[in-house]
Design a protein around this ligand. Sequence first.
Ligand code: SAM
Length: 345
Amino acid sequence: MSKLTELLDILDGIGLEGFKSNDADRLRLVETTKKLLSRVQTKEERLFDITFSQPIVFSALQTLTDLRLWPQWEANRGGPKSVQELSELCTPKCEANLLRRLLRLLASVHIITETSQDHYELTHLPLGDMWQWIQCRTHHWGPGCNNLPSFLAKNGYREPHDTQYTNYMDWCPGKLDFFGKCVADPAYQDSFSGFMTGWARYKVPWPEFYDTKSLVDGADLSNGGALCVDIGGHHGIDLTRLLDKHPDIPAGSLIVQDLPEVLIGAKDMNEKIKAMPHDMFKPQPVKGSRAYYFHAVFHDWPDSVATEILKNVAAVMKKGYSKVLIVDIVLPPTGASDIQSTMDG
Ligand SMILES: C[S@@+](CC[C@H](N)C(=O)[O-])C[C@H]1O[C@@H](n2cnc3c(N)ncnc32)[C@H](O)[C@@H]1O
């Protein structure tokens, strides 16, 4: 056996299950694999992938999302199915041969597996509730990214700091900004919420890298005081994680604040967490909390606006007691990852 064949066999045998206890190693392998691809693909292959293959693959994913195939297939355990059987799972109906062509495309990029001729298995990408990520691109990221080059040209290639004239407003009918569009259209809110929920689940829970014990131990909750206000907290996943670590935290001392249209979706939140509609650009109603927490909030705003948000919190903090906790992506001076640099949007 040649050295290359041996190496390919080893690589073929590697799977997620081998990395259960070591995510850092898994991420190193992912990065090395991406670098390897960038070295061994020709420029035609690389550009074909970026410019032609990726948009078409995405269109196939959106079409199968529209046909509600993913949840149906998963309800059937995602096991191998014939094209004919899969076409019967679609609503509305889809011609079997059209479906065959879409499935073949997704198998060719290893999103599903072709188990035999005209049979496919849902192995690599069980979407679960994450089909909203696909919808989110169609609603938000897709039109935004298509518009960005012309927006930047119109804007004289200056960094876009003006919140009254954003790229999103430039393409969005009615000139709504991102959160304005979410408020105006529940489907757009749902797809963004689906994205946020899936993304938040992927991240390391904050009590694993922050000493929440000293936060909780040092809190005075005797007169119904607040322990933690999660501002722009979406559906309260970070407060849920705090509760998971400290189940004795009393009810009502954890408060998630967000726009009312967002909190409507926080249906399954632990009942100890209080949902409080609040616009973070208005004065903060919860005074003297032990902590005011922001996760993935400031990366949405230019510094001048972030300062406004923080001033509303500073005005109600108790000296020597309250803390501001910020969890966000910090771009390193060199070697930013693709996740870090794309979030800098
Ligand atoms: C990127 S998300 C982060 C959500 C959550 N903290 C997390 O990390 O999963 C930003 C959040 O800010 C909220 N938001 C936007 N504008 C707001 C405002 N004016 N007042 C309060 N929340 C706002 C959004 O609805 C959204 O839930």
